[in-house]
Each structure stands twice: as structure tokens, then as C-alpha cells.
Design a protein around this ligand. Structure first.
Ligand SMILES: Nc1nc2c(c(=O)[nH]1)N[C@H]1C(S)=C(S)[C@@H](COP(=O)(O)O)O[C@H]1N2
Ligand SMILES: [Mo]
Length: 350
């Protein structure tokens, strides 16, 4: 028998150990696909016990009848595969001032993987029993809260988003069967939308006329339309669900604190956005001297792009490197992101 694989948690930053929340160190962001052993992990209650029974997906129609679909039946549908960025809404929470309680993600609650599976649209039309009056699709995962007082992690998306051709139920990640930590055997993939919608261990889809009830849909993952200061209270009902990612970029190299030989230095990293594609990337090493960097991968909606720049310091010394991206809708990363109560969607210059 081969030896068991070495535990891989050491390559990631442990933000929480029970349930396990792991952050990717930035040096892994020099590759188009983030390797699974380095990919960030987030879950509210930890991974569920699976048992040995074959996985089934329940699809509950508007009339309330449940169709049980086996994985093999699901996989008779046409398969699709494409790369997409998965980012936690709270990535970068640690940078907000005043500080925000919650997981102190810095840079690496994000990754770009190749996802493959079947279209949610195909699953709903084949097994959903009709879409008349359906406004939202609820996703139930197999993970349960640790106590009856804790709300379940139940989320929903509007039907338009569920029917979008990019919305998948994925069984594979980077060409491998989806690991349990990432929601295997079946998870939601919603390119362009924050990670909280990418439900792992999907056991049931409910076709409904209303949003999912409960804390995680009705209270959590919401933001005011325009920023409020920490002392302002949002008017009731004014908070919007967090959905689309915003434009963002990170420097993968050189690492903070690096000592480098004199001469040309390569700066490299990644950039992405929610809607459209990133189309401009700039770096600054000295003051406000922003200079264009070069793309080293193609634009593709939902995925990130690698970039690179060469810079020769004018003198020996200490420098702060910065990068900022812009996207096809004309958005540019701000120097800092306006404060919001839960610390969502940080996209200040890296
Ligand atoms: N069932 C279930 N799905 C879930 C969660 C969860 O707690 N339970 N967490 C969500 C959040 S907040 C994020 S950011 C992503 C993280 O996916 P990953 O662990 O594959 O990186 O999973 C999402 N899907
Ligand atoms: Mo998240």
C-alpha cells in the first residue's frame, strides 16, 4: 500500500481550525489554476459525514414533489468545463478600518480553478417539473449547524442566475473529482458571484416563488447600496444581497519583505472582476508613478488573468509595490474600499 498523502494544511494559512478555514498564501497566485492543495477552504460548520450510501440530489418542484436524482443520472446531462474565480465575500476583511470582527482573511480567500459538471439550467428543466412561477432556487447542503440554535446555511439565487449557462453543479475541480473540503461530490459554481453562493455538498434544490428563509439569506451577506459610516444604521429593508465580485488584483511576487539583487525586477500577479473582463493593470513602485503592466493570459469572463511587469529601481532602498486593475465596465480599484459592517468585497490597491 502506498503511504497516506502528507497533510496539506501546512501550505495554507490556518484562519480557523474548527471548522477548518484555510487561506492561500499569495505566492501561489503565479499560476492560472490554483492547485487544490493550496486552494482556500471556508465552511461554516465543517464538512459533513457522508456515509456509504450513493449520493442523490433531491429536486423539489413548485408543487412540492421531490424527484430523487442519482449522480450517474445527473451525469447523463451534457458536461461543461471552464475556469472561474471563487472568492469569499469576506476576502480582505482584515484591511477595513475600523476593524471588523469575523474571519480575518487577508489576500488569499480566492482562487481560480477549472470546474466541470452539468448546467443548473439542464438539471432544472430535466428534473424540476416546470418553471412556472419559479422565482428563486434554494440550495440545501448536507452540512448541519452544530446546535439547533444555529441557523442552517441555506441560500438561494434568483431563477435568472440559476438558468445562466455559466451556472453549474460541479463534480470536478482542476480535472479531479471534487474534494470533500470543496463540496464533493457536488457543489454549485456561479462564476462572477461571491463564494457564499457556491453551495457545497448540494443535496436538494427547491424551486420556489420566494427567496430562501433564514439568517444566511435574509440577514447575512447583505450590504447597503451606498456606503454608510460605522455609526449609521441602515434603514430597514435597504440592504442588498452581495452578488457580483468587484474588480481586484494581487501581487504574487516579489513577496513582502523580499531582498532582491539590483537590476530589473519582475513583478507578477493576478487580476479579475465579476462582470465583463479585466482590461488594464498598472503597477507603481515609486510614489504615484503608475505604469502599465502586461497581460500574460487571455481575457475570459469569470476567470482571472495573469500579469507581469518589469521594473528597475532607480537606487538601492526599500520600496512599496502596488497594483491596481480596471475592467471592461470602466471600474478601477480604489486605493481603499469604503467600510461596510460585515467587511465584504474589499478591493483596495494591493
Ligand atoms: N454547504 C455549504 N456550502 C458553502 C459554505 C458552507 O458553509 N456550507 N460556505 C460558502 C462560503 S462562505 C464560501 S467562501 C465557499 C468556499 O468554498 P471553498 O471551501 O471550496 O473554497 O463555500 C460556500 N459554500
Ligand atoms: Mo465566504
Amino acid at each position: 500500500e502506498p503511504p497516506p498523502p502528507a497533510p496539506d494544511a501546512t501550505v495554507r494559512i490556518v484562519r480557523n481550525s474548527r471548522p477548518i478555514d484555510l487561506e492561500t498564501p499569495v505566492q501561489y497566485f503565479d499560476q492560472f489554476l490554483t492547485p487544490i492543495p493550496a486552494f482556500f477552504v471556508r465552511s461554516h460548520f465543517g464538512e459533513p459525514a457522508m456515509g456509504l450510501a450513493p449520493w442523490t440530489l433531491g429536486v423539489e418542484s413548485r408543487e412540492g414533489t421531490i424527484r430523487r436524482v442519482g449522480l450517474s443520472e445527473l451525469l447523463e446531462l451534457e458536461r461543461f468545463e471552464f475556469p472561474a474565480v471563487l472568492q469569499c465575500a469576506g476576502n480582505g476583511r482584515a484591511w477595513f478600518r475600523p476593524r471588523i470582527p469575523g474571519l480575518g482573511w487577508e489576500k488569499g480567500a480566492v482562487g481560480n480553478a477549472s470546474w466541470s459538471g452539468v448546467r443548473l439550467a439542464d438539471v432544472l428543466s430535466r428534473f424540476g417539473g416546470g418553471l412556472d412561477g419559479v422565482q428563486h432556487v434554494h440550495f440545501h447542503g448536507l452540512d448541519h449547524p452544530p446546535s439547533p440554535k444555529t441557523p442552517a446555511y441555506l441560500r438561494s439565487v434568483p431563477i435568472d442566475r440559476a438558468l445562466d449557462p455559466s451556472s453549474l453543479l460541479a463534480t470536478h475541480m482542476n480535472g479531479q473529482p471534487l474534494p470533500v473540503l470543496h463540496g464533493g461530490p457536488l457543489r454549485v459554481v456561479l462564476p462572477g458571484w461571491t463564494g457564499n453562493h457556491w453551495i457545497k455538498w448540494v443535496r436538494k434544490l427547491v424551486l420556489s416563488s420566494v427567496e430562501a428563509p433564514g439568517f444566511y439569506q435574509q440577514t447575512g451577506y447583505r450590504m447597503p447600496k451606498s456606503p454608510l459610516t460605522p455609526d449609521q444604521t441602515p434603514p430597514p429593508g435597504s440592504l442588498q444581497p452581495v452578488t457580483w465580485l468587484n474588480v481586484k488584483s494581487l501581487i504574487a511576487r516579489p513577496l513582502r519583505g523580499s531582498r532582491l539583487p539590483r537590476g530589473p525586477i519582475t513583478i507578477q500577479g493576478v487580476a479579475w472582476t465579476g462582470q465583463g473582463v479585466v482590461d488594464r493593470i498598472e503597477v507603481a513602485a515609486e510614489g504615484d508613478d503608475w505604469r502599465p503592466a502586461q497581460w500574460v493570459s487571455e481575457p475570459r469572463a469569470g476567470a482571472w488573468r495573469l500579469w507581469r511587469a518589469t521594473w528597475t529601481p532607480s537606487r538601492p532602498g526599500e520600496y512599496a509595490l502596488r497594483c491596481r486593475a480596471s475592467d471592461s465596465s470602466g471600474q478601477t480599484q480604489p486605493e481603499t474600499t469604503p467600510w461596510n459592517k460585515s467587511g465584504y468585497l474589499w478591493n483596495g490597491w494591493d
